[in-house]
Design a protein around this ligand. Sequence first.
Ligand code: GDD
Ligand code: MN
Length: 379
Amino acid sequence: MDLSIIVPTYNEAPNVAELVRRVSAAVSGVDAEIVFVDDSTDDTPDVIREVAAASALPVRLLHRTARAGGLGGAVIEGMRIAASDLCLVMDGDLQHPPEKIPEMLARHAEGDVDVVVASRYAGGGTSHGLADRTRVMVSKVSTAITKSMFPVRLRDVTDPMTGFFLVDRRTVDLDGLRPRGFKILLEILVRRSFRIAEVPFDFADRHAGESKASVRQGVHFLTQLAALRFGKMSLFAVIGGLGAVANVAIVWALTQLGVDYIVAAIIAAEATIIGNFLLIERFVFSDMRGQASGVWSRFAKSFAFNNAEAVIRIPIVALMVETGHVSVVVATAVTLVVAFVVRFVFHSLVVYAPRKSERTPMRAAMEQLDEQAMQPGEL
Ligand code: GDD
Ligand code: MN
């Protein structure tokens, strides 16, 4: 099989027959299949089975009951069960014209890209099928915001929110994706760098039925964007920041109670180091605990690192102030930023390292750091 066409559907019964007809015509001569991943509550699955029985092009149906991950979850599921590695994703309401498929295939066959994106906003594309002016605005503004948040990864993409694209699933880490709704292409594209080409298309009117997009999807989208952009590393930073505030508060409270300044500083430092470990275990690296070493081993490494860091950082600040003509504030700020980065790297690569790895250590380290920095946080 050379091509799997994945179509997520949610109550699209009146569109199925026409979609299969137009797709069949468009891919005649290609060894292809259609995979419907359906979450419908109406008779769509029955209609799909009926159409499949009469279709020359193989049509498969995965009907889900839990609607896990919504549209995005359905697309991932479809990619998993596809017979071909080459997967084309399109909507089931004919807003994505099947007649574009040959052009997308031809572009991919040139061999120099991983993803072919059908774009409403590339030269020659249009978005006239968007319901009304408000949706056009929302689409344009959210596209601009999204692109500005990922200026490098989305450099070559004018329409990261499109649901019409072609990708070789071997280039996608299906297990690593955490689909949160409508914008699955965006999730895929920001995870790693892809070679991307676009072909313009006319976003048509719906053939029949109603759009499932909603304000709720919009809110969902914003949280998805935040989770993708302000991922693990920033959650780690927030927890570190809270620790610094707690540290100062504890020192203040203890000295108020008459505890000696040095003793208070030590107690505060150790308390925040332990608190920090508990929080990052729970919120930042929870997905990695399974493969990492035991909890006491992780704690020992984290504790040793943070104590060493505290011990080393103070003399470095002193050295910077005395020899470099920098103020204490600047020196402290600079060392804190450097310490933060080193701490994140150390925790990603050492504390939460998988127990064993077949890759070369350097390569594995680089991959893991990249992966951790890009992971969405869990808050
Ligand atoms: N399986 C499944 N589960 N499919 C779903 C779900 C779901 O929870 N929600 C929606 N779908 C299907 C619809 O049946 C349709 O085939 C497709 O996903 C797109 O949904 P529409 O309701 O037609 O949404 P739209 O036209 O507003 O959004 C489209 O345009 C956006 C760009 O503006 C989609 O293509 C989006 O992916 C695209 O980002
Ligand atoms: Mn639609």
